[in-house]
Design a protein around this ligand. Sequence first.
Ligand SMILES: Nc1nc2c(c(=O)[nH]1)N[C@H]1C(S)=C(S)[C@@H](COP(=O)(O)OP(=O)(O)OC[C@H]3O[C@@H](n4cnc5c(=O)[nH]c(N)nc54)[C@H](O)[C@@H]3O)O[C@H]1N2
Ligand SMILES: Nc1nc2c(c(=O)[nH]1)N[C@H]1C(S)=C(S)[C@@H](COP(=O)(O)OP(=O)(O)OC[C@H]3O[C@@H](n4cnc5c(=O)[nH]c(N)nc54)[C@H](O)[C@@H]3O)O[C@H]1N2
Ligand SMILES: [Mo]
Length: 772
Amino acid sequence: MADQKTDDVRIEPYDGPAGGWGSARSLVEILTREGVPITGSAMLLKQNKPDGYMCTSCAWAKPAKPLAFEYCENGAKATAWEQTRRRATPDFFAEHTVTELLGWSDYALEEQGRLTHPMRYDPETDRYRPVAWAEALAEIGRELKDLRAQDPKSVVFYASGRASLETSYMWALLARLYGNNNLPDSSNMCHEPTSVALPQSIGAPVGTVLLEDFETTDLIFFFGQNVGSNSPRMLHPLQEARRRGAQIITFNPLRERGLERFTDPQSPVEMLTRSSTKISTQYHQVKAGGDLAALTGLCKALLALDRAADAAGRPGVLDRAFITEHTHGFEAFVRFCDGQDWAALERRSGLTRTALEAAAGVYARAKAVIGIYGMGLTQHRKGTETVRMLVNLLLLRGNIGKPGAGICPVRGHSNVQGQRTVGITEKPELAPLDRLKELYDFEPPREKGLNTVETCEGLLDGRVKAFIGLGGNFLRAIPDTGRMEPAWRRQRLTVQVSTKLNRSHLVNGAVAYILPCLGRIEIDRQASGPQAVSIESSTAQFHGSRGVADPVGPHVRAEPWIVAEIAKATLPPNPRIDWDAWVADYARVRDAIEATYPSVFHDLNGRMFQPGGLLKPLGARDRKWETETGKANFAVPEGLEADPDLPARGPDVLDLITLRSNDQFNTTVYGYDDRFRGVKGTRDVLFMNRRDIARLGLRDGLTVAVATEAEDQVPRRVGGLRVVAYDIPEGNCAGYYPELNVLLPLWHHDEQSKTPAAKAIAVRVAAATQGP
Ligand SMILES: Nc1nc2c(c(=O)[nH]1)N[C@H]1C(S)=C(S)[C@@H](COP(=O)(O)OP(=O)(O)OC[C@H]3O[C@@H](n4cnc5c(=O)[nH]c(N)nc54)[C@H](O)[C@@H]3O)O[C@H]1N2
Ligand SMILES: Nc1nc2c(c(=O)[nH]1)N[C@H]1C(S)=C(S)[C@@H](COP(=O)(O)OP(=O)(O)OC[C@H]3O[C@@H](n4cnc5c(=O)[nH]c(N)nc54)[C@H](O)[C@@H]3O)O[C@H]1N2
Ligand SMILES: [Mo]
């Protein structure tokens, strides 16, 4: 098996900055391995440019005036990974049974390269065999029609967050015409707490911050987002803000290098002088799940400063005018904060009152403040409440809806936010069903569909009989992978529209297909000529994107074509929908998008290529609150317990954080090095605090097994992990997703949004020989 995994495992602290020479070296390595020419690589020059393609890695904002190289180490890796010269051809599939491939690592599977032919699983030989498109689509259509006749709710249409606005719009329409709202997407495992919390708090489902706000902000809070690995292009505006004297206060259990120091790899001076910018001015190593308490402490300290100022006859630190005019629920929130005692806040957050007061002191003096957050806030049992608490903190000083300030969720997949905007949602109230009815003359399903966790429940209880995946690696990304794999096999039909081979293809239903598609970087030629597509960034700007590379091969098809063909093979003809005309010219799909959402997509065709993109209108940016109260709402959490699943726990139970290395994109493993955390040659590690290591009778370098602590009787265990002594709070440990997803119980999810609580899993650790 082709695997880069070696016995040459090295664990040693990394003292370089984020970016810098380490970044340049890592990039050259992957470009060489994937056979992408480095010199004269015209491709990378087109990344995130108004006339080029939008990066397939993260969703971070694309500036109107891009840098000469508007890409980062990991964005370039994503490009190399997609544009690899390697191919997973029918010959490859002929050589290996599916049972054999099930023993391969995530890395080895994707490293076979791009999928080149539609493939059908053949149970007799236990192999995937090539099949003609027409034959594949005819069978998929027949199967879907049968299932629809029995129960249209038994089929799930998953989307992973990368497909364009055009494809996504067609995908959501396909599901609704089919007869359900079963449109789970990766967002259900990711920023769903954002999609629930922000509408409640400020009446907008997305962040309010624009790139230009970084030019005038004087304080940035960073909660649970690893900028150096997961959105490195953001390091440039952060570096500039720091140079202007803006402060950055970080809350993160791990000391993440990108949040500490950055050397701009595009600056010859910084590279040659090996100089770097200090990113965080305060770094608070909050305990996993302790943010609710930490944020409450910040608010409590701010209220105390305000009262002290008042008593001394100085101007207060709260923005009273804003609170009175624009907010609701302030008094109840103050009562909540007053009711919390510092000892409990310190215990739950793992931070001292002094530290929280120091952060509140800086906040009290800052004029314009941005609150940035990622998975460290959302992937918790109280994820939604925690996001709302961060908004509370911003509201106290009027930091929403003014220049240099706002809330900034850092989205994951490059178009995950856009997929929601064009209708990929299981919540019928978020889709313009009446408008769809009017436009396409059908009765859209009104019943709530399945989100990711509910899809898993449906797989376990047999309600879900078919899974059609538009990208992604669902079976690897979800919780409880050990329980889900056997359930997944009981399906009648599994269809995966994909660029590369992954484990979700190998655990298949009775009838199983892999349909190979073009990536965004490739030239997509249709009847009217080469096509452009559009995407939405984290800052709610729509951008056009044009492929620049030759397609992978003659049998690979564009996503819109595949969606249209599945629709045509499955659904009765609808005189109002000409799928072929849409595929012939994607501008017609954009017309349909505009007709469906006229106020959001005004002149999308005309404006998607303008520098900086087309800005989505957002009331909260202008202090127009589209909430039930008509105001921005303070939220009072139910309590501060981060994990109501396990209120009483022994001292030997640790909270496990599952996270990404610097060498992966979600379930796509680029390699076995996590440079910033000093790990080389392996992903089988468990980062632990030295005191926990000693207390549990373990030692650095020892091989251990981890088992989930839960009241259900399900065994969840991962062995073969090497203990790495690390700077992480006592009581916490950390390791890599997706390998550790076996440990995450399906029911351990955010209460309100059902996002799996992947950042605090109660576990026990024991030396491997003893077994936990
Ligand atoms: N190169 C690369 N880029 C990516 C991705 C990738 O895998 N690779 N994935 C994309 C996707 S889909 C997403 S959603 C984003 C994910 O990007 P992030 O949101 O950065 O996700 P994670 O790497 O899971 O880690 C989150 C951070 O939260 C911290 N953390 C963990 N628990 C807590 C906690 O309880 N409190 C606080 N305050 N912090 C905590 C961790 O130490 C870590 O630094 O990145 C996107 N971009
Ligand atoms: N324990 C734990 N679990 C997690 C997380 C965590 O932090 N911890 N994070 C969660 C998060 S934030 C997310 S977003 C999910 C991610 O879940 P997914 O989005 O389902 O997973 P990915 O790994 O991004 O999917 C990778 C696959 O997508 C396919 N692909 C790539 N590009 C394209 C394309 O252009 N078109 C098509 N059709 N296919 C393509 C390739 O075949 C590749 O194998 O995982 C979640 N799971
Ligand atoms: Mo994500």
